[in-house]
Design a protein around this ligand. Sequence first.
Ligand SMILES: *[C@@H]1O[C@H](CO)[C@@H](O)[C@H](O)[C@H]1NC(C)=O
Ligand SMILES: *[C@@H]1O[C@H](CO)[C@@H](O)[C@H](O)[C@H]1NC(C)=O
Length: 400
Amino acid sequence: MAILPHPLMIIFVTLMSHTTLSSSSSAAAAAAATYNVASLGAKADGKTDSTKAFLAAWAKACASPKPVVVYVPQGRFFLKNVVFGGKCNNNDVTFRIAGTLVAPSEYRVIGDAGYWIFFEHVNGVTISGGILDAQGTSLWACKTSGKSCPSGATTLGFSNSKNIKIMGLTSLNSQLFHIVINGCNNVKLQGVKVSASSTSPNTDGIHVQASTGVTILNSQIGTGDDCVSIGPGTTNLWIEDIACGPGHGISIGSLGKELKEAGVQNVTVKTATFRGTQNGLRIKSWGRPSSGFARNILFQSAVMINVQNPIIIDQNYCPNNKNCPGQDSGVKVSDATYQDIHGTSATEVAVKFDCSSKSPCNNISLQDVKLTYKNVLPAQASCNHAAGSASGLVQPSSCL
Ligand SMILES: *[C@@H]1O[C@H](CO)[C@@H](O)[C@H](O)[C@H]1NC(C)=O
Ligand SMILES: *[C@@H]1O[C@H](CO)[C@@H](O)[C@H](O)[C@H]1NC(C)=O
């Protein structure tokens, strides 16, 4: 039964909404102008090309000397590859997205563009909410069939930018990586969801490289490649509260592909759950000469559920055994701590440190690590050119 409001109540509500409306709109006017992409020509029908409307909204946002909101209402907005950049008169642009951005289902349209949605040289951009649907399945099928296909576009990229926030964003079925942070400073990702098939090729969830001060919090990533991958030149990275699976785990690497390469330093991965993933916590480098390194790494409080390689350092990465003379990695791995890691390995070797004979791993520390093989069987640890220490209860017993 519907309850009819008392007439006084109606007056009250009208008065209330009137005051709230006027006060909030004046506050909003003072704080931020809003540009609705729908009023600039974008169509929420999922098929009309709205790229120009988004660029028009960005141009207006950047022309403003004050903070700006670009608003994307509910519905599906078809978008081709687009670059947001250029000079801005403010450093406070928020994309508030209620709807979904949809990429062309024909993968060739954006497949060679590098990125679908790309931000370059921006300062103070926030993306809040929204779904990015890259419709990558047809490109995956092309790649899996062995035909020649474009390499694919990363769904969302930030390059050479600073003071970036990505909150409550969902990325679906990327052609290539879902989110890439490259050459950035001070980036916060929170409440991000990534979803793609476990068999989708190279669909890394969040890739960070050449960046400092990146924080990834409270995110849920299921995909066909690394949930989070950490490339050369990443420093001061904080990752906390991550659910990963399916996927290839959280991976520092691949490092050491280049002879002259920046290192990875000061990475914390805290409170992560890995479910049915290929790896849990991985450090991976090419078996090639390189100046790269990975040091000051803390892996803390992880739960492994049926993970093939829960803890792994693999310094002999050399796909197709090509271009890896002698297979010795130059990448130095040191000062890595694995603390409070529990759960089950899907393979007998739960802890594997396969380091470089040229630059062995050192100061690796295992503290309170308890991993079993398939829930009940004892697991094994394997070490190659790895030195360090163990403390607390460590099962399988340490080979360091
Ligand atoms: C390590 O990175 C964290 C952020 O993840 C930062 O707060 C801390 O100051 C950094 N430590 C050093 C020694 O730079
Ligand atoms: C070993 O690594 C830990 C953690 O990164 C660090 O605090 C410590 O100083 C390192 N010890 C040596 C001898 O370098």
